[in-house]
Design a protein around this ligand. Sequence first.
Ligand code: AHG
Ligand code: MN
Ligand code: MN
Ligand code: MN
Length: 337
Amino acid sequence: MPQQVTVTEHIILHQNMVPKATGQFTRLFNEIVLSAKIISRQVNKAGLVDVLGFTGDTNVQGEEVKKLDEYANRILIHRLARSGVLCAMASEENADIIEIPHGLPQGGYIIIFDPLDGSSNIDVNVNIGTIFSIYRRVSPSSEPLMTSDVLQPGVEQVAAGYILYGSSTMLVFTTGTGVHGFTLDPGVGEFLLSHPNIRIPEQGKIYSVNEGYSQYWDEPTREVVNYFKSSENNHKKPYSARYIGSLVADFHRNLLYGGIFLYPADLRDPKKPAGKLRLLCEANPMAMLVEQAGGMAIDGHKRILEIDPDHLHQRVPLFIGSRDDVKKVQQIYAKYN
Ligand code: AHG
Ligand code: MN
Ligand code: MN
Ligand code: MN
């Protein structure tokens, strides 16, 4: 690995620039990296070992749980609990806040994750991912943890990122000083810096949305999508449609090529007026990443990162990607106020 920087070296280098750094964050990050390698290995074996299909359970989201959802969740909870630096965890797959088991050391960080994103793509060998979001506890450690420690607005995130299980496995994250991408070299088992300081193009040529649901969209969303499909946009030609159905994969492509991803409100279902994606484990981490890369993320009107969450599994409409494209969405939505 001549002159290649591993993710651990990168974190240690950056930690050394932070005064009073205690090494707690590095320990947490090491567990994320190890979990990513374990999940990646299992994803790569799908089809050879019995990891495809459903468990038979339904999760708190009302979704049927896949075996790999459960596997990834179990690995993350087990490993992260042993980092010794967390006071709580939360997962898409768990109804309540996950406490650190008695007897294990605790610390001042909170992590929220989507253990396996893109469940519907697991069984067909299409890209899936893991998303994580990290906060610092605000209440004093001498007192019991408060729900408000976990329900912080996204602006308070100290780090966020994802692992993409694609044609190669990548870890992309930010600690508030830009977005950096690392690719897993399976031969040496290390994530190596492959995409330093990622910047999303100011304007893209791609729109990503599940257009099958267009009859359920609200008026502004229809106008937004028509804008990107028309030749009246800034490019003077229609944008290309690209939709994988795994947020991580759709986001990653748009981060590198530029473009906009939309998961709007769904008027069809009174239980889904805010769309499908979860604020804490999906929208907030992606919003921190996109802003750190020069892009934007809004719910149609306001910044995702400024939303004050009121429950763990809150959903939110999401418009995220290149700055000029998201600004256009905001302009169109503003007309309908
Ligand atoms: P998850 O697999 O973690 O439940 O997330 C699925 C999400 C997200 O990955 C994707 O963008 C979206 O669901 C796709 O939903 P539709 O099938 O409704 O388009
Ligand atoms: Mn799910
Ligand atoms: Mn997801
Ligand atoms: Mn998931």
